[in-house]
Design a binder for this molecule. Sequence first.
Ligand code: HEM
Length: 486
Amino acid sequence: MTNLMHSPMKKGRERLSSVLLLPLPARVDDTWRHVSDWWRVSDLTPAPAGSELSPVQGTAGLPLLGHTVDYIRFGSDFTRARYERFGPVSWMGAFGTQMVIVAGPEATQEALTTKAKSLSQDGWTDLIDAFFHRGLMLMSFDEHKMHRRIMQEAFTRVRLAGYVAQLGPTLEASVPGWPVDTPTRLYPLLKGLTLDVATQVFMAGRGGSEDTTAINEAFVATVRAASSIVRIPLPGTRWRAGVRGRALLEDYFARHLPAARNGHGDDLFSGLCDARTPEGEAFSDQDVINHMIFLMMAAHDTSTITTVAAAYFLAKHPEWQDRARAESDRLGEGPLDIDELESLSTIDLVIKETLRLVAPVPIVMRKATEDLAIAGHHIPKGTLVAVAPAVNHFDRSCWTEPDAFDPDRFSDERREGHTHRFGWIPFGGGAHKCIGLHFGTLEVKAILHHMLREYTWTVPDNYEARWDNTSLPIPVDGLPITLTRR
Ligand code: HEM
C-alpha cells in the first residue's frame, strides 16, 4: 500500500500558516484581550420592532480579513473568548464575510435541534461544494433525511465489523516500521497511515498501487483546496489542483463502480452500492461517487487529528499511557476484532477526553433559511451561522477544571459528559450527527492499540502542543515525539 510519507509530493508541504504561527502566543492572553477590546462593538442588524428579541452584538475586526487570523491562531480558544465576552450568540467579521457564532450547551441545542429547520447546510456548501459536491453533510432537510437513511445501511454493526477486520493488516504493515529513538513528527506519519486505511477499508485497494498513489494525491489536493485562501481556479493555485483532484476521483470511482456493484465486498464502496432501506431506496451511481469522495474526507482528517492529539496527551501523562498499555497487553498479539476494540475502556476514556480538549471539528456551519431567534437573539435570513461545539467542552456548568486532562471525568462514577446533552458533542448533534462516529472511534482505538503494543513514547517535559486552525486543527510543528521500541 502506498504511503504518502514516501511520496515526492509530500516534500516541503508545510502549511504556510503553521510556520507563521510559531512565534505567536499559543493561547488567548491578556494582551490579546486588551487589543480586541479596541474593536467597536455593533449590532449585526436591529431586532424587529416590537419583538422581545435582542440584536446580535459583535465586532468586524480588520477590513476584509475580519477576525480570520484570530481564529486561525487560537481556534476554539478564540470562540471561547467571544462566548465569555458576548454570551451564547455573537457575530464577527471573518473570511471576507460576517458570521454569527452560536455557543454554549443551551444555544447549541436550540440551533441543532428545535431551530434546525430554519438552518440549512448551505453554510458548508458555500465553503466546500466545489470539492465535496453532494456529500451527505452538504444536503439539507428531506433530501438529507432520505440519503442518510440509505447510508445508515453501510454503517450497521455487521458492516463495521467487516471494516475493522481490514484495519488490522494495514496497521500491522505500517506501525512497527516507524523511526525510533529520535524525535519524529507524528502527524505526517499518522496522516499517511490513515490515508492507507481509507484506501483499504473504503475501497479495498481497488486498482492496484498505481491507482492508489494517484487517488491519494488527488484526495489530498481536494482536502487542501477546501481551505485555500484564493478561491478561484487560477493556474498554480490549490483551488485548481483541488478541482482537478475532484475530477480524477470521480473518474476513478466511476471506473470501479461496476465491479463494486457486482462484488458485494466488505469495503465501504461496496457497502454504499449495496445499501437499501427497508422500502428499497438505494443510491444512484452518481450518488455513490459523491458520497465516497465526501466520506473519505470526513473520515480521514478527523481520525488523524484525534489520534495525534490522544498520543500527545498519553506522552504528557505517562501514567495514562501505562494504564492503556496494560489493557492492550492483556489482549495479546494479533489484530483485534470489534468486540475486543470496544473492550479497551482506558483508551476509550482517553479518546473521549481528547475529543473534548481538541475537538477535530470545532465549528459546524449553517445558513439561516428564514429569520429566526436563538437564545432570544434575532438572526436574519441569509446569515452564515457557525455553531461552536468546542466551546461547550470547556463550559464550567458541565466540567470541573475544564482545562485539565482528566479522562476519569468520563467514568461511570463521575459521568461529567452527561451533565448536559450538548455539553460534549465532538460528533455534532441533531439530524447531522456524525454517521461515522463508531467507525472513527474504532479506527483511533486500533491505531493507539498497535502503537501501545509496539512502543513507549515521550515528549520533552516543557513541550506544549500548538494547533493551526486554518481548516481543522493540526499541530503546528507536526508534533515531534520520541518512540522507543519495547
Ligand atoms: C473522530 C472522528 C470524527 C469526528 C470528530 C467527526 C465529527 C463530525 C461532526 C462534528 C459532524 C457534524 C457536521 C455538521 O453538523 O454539520 C460530522 C458529520 C459527518 N461525519 Fe464525522 N467525524 C469523525 C469521523 C467520521 C468518520 C470515520 C466518517 C465516515 C466513515 C464520518 C462521516 C461523517 C458524515 C458522512 C457526516 C455527515 C452526516 C450528516 O450530515 O448526516 N465521520 N462528523
